[in-house]
Ligand binder design. Sequence first.
Ligand SMILES: C[S@@+](CC[C@H](N)C(=O)[O-])C[C@H]1O[C@@H](n2cnc3c(N)ncnc32)[C@H](O)[C@@H]1O
Length: 297
Amino acid sequence: MTDTHQTTWHHLSSDWINWADRLAPAAGKINRYMIETADLPALSAARNGVRLDVLDLASGVGEPAFSFARALSGERDVSANTPGIVGHVTASDIVPEMCEGLAARAEEEGISNLTVIPADMEKLPLPDGSFDVVSCRFGVMFCNGPDLALREAHRVLRPGGRAVFMVWAPLVDNPLFAAMDAVLGNILGIGFDKAGFDKAGLDPFCFGNIDQSMDRMESAGFTNITATTHNPAGRIPETAPFWKPQMDMLFGNILRNTSDMKMGAINAAMFETLSPYIEDGHFQVPICFHVLSGTRS
Ligand SMILES: C[S@@+](CC[C@H](N)C(=O)[O-])C[C@H]1O[C@@H](n2cnc3c(N)ncnc32)[C@H](O)[C@@H]1O
C-alpha cells in the first residue's frame, strides 16, 4: 500500500467508525456466507477440538472478525445441534485508526476471544503456518498487489487450513455502486474507475470475474478452490437515503468538503437512478458478491 492508499483509508476511518454499529446487523447476515464456507466444525474436528486460530485481514472496524469471534465463543449451536467451537481471532488492518476503532468496538461488545494487530496483508508480520482460517471481506482488492496478499494468506495457513475471501462481483451487477459511480462522476468527477477512485489506481471490482479469480487463487498456491455468488437485497423504506453509509465509507473524505447544494443534487440523482428498484414503497436493491475459498495442502 502506498502512502496515498493508506492516507485515504486513514481519512475514511471516522466514517467507518460512525456507521459500524448501525450496519452491524446487515454485516452479520452476509458474514455467515464466509463462516459457512470456512466450515469451522470440520476444521475443529480435524484439529481434535483444539482451539482454532483465525486471522482476519483488512478488518476495517470489525467485519467479519466479530462474526468469526462469536462463532468461536464455545457456545453450543442449538439450531444445528453442534457442540460449541472454541477459537481465537486475530483481526488486522493496515490503518492504525481502523485497528483502534475495532478494539474499542470489541470491548463495548464484550468480545474477548479477539486481539487486533496493525498489519499490511501484502507483508504479514506473522510466521508461516500459524492459522486455521484466514478471512478477508472486501479487502484484497484494495491492495497494491492483490496476488502478493493471496500468497501471504496461503503462507500463514496451517496445512489443511482454509482461506475465505469476500469480493465484489462486477460493477454492472451492483446497481448501488453503479449508481454511485455515475452520479458522483457526473457531479464531482469522481468514481470507481481506476483513474477516479482516489486516483490511486485501485479497482474494487478486480475480482469480479470468477474464473480469473479462481486462477489467481491457484497461482497463489491454494487447492480445493471454490467460488459461490450471492445477491441478497435489503428492504429499506423509500424515504431513506440508504446509499449514504456506503457512499460515506468510500468517498467521505471528498463528500465532507462538498457543498450542501451539490450534496442535494447527489442525493436527488441517486434517488432517481435507483427509483426503478422501488417496490411497495421500499428500495429493494441487490448487492452481488463472490465468496472465494481455497485450502493449503
Ligand atoms: C472496504 S474496507 C473493508 C473493511 C472490512 N473488512 C469490512 O468488510 O467491513 C477495506 C479495508 O482494507 C484496508 N486495507 C487496504 N489495504 C490494505 C493492506 N494492504 N493491508 C491491510 N489492510 C488494508 C483498509 O484500511 C480498509 O479498512
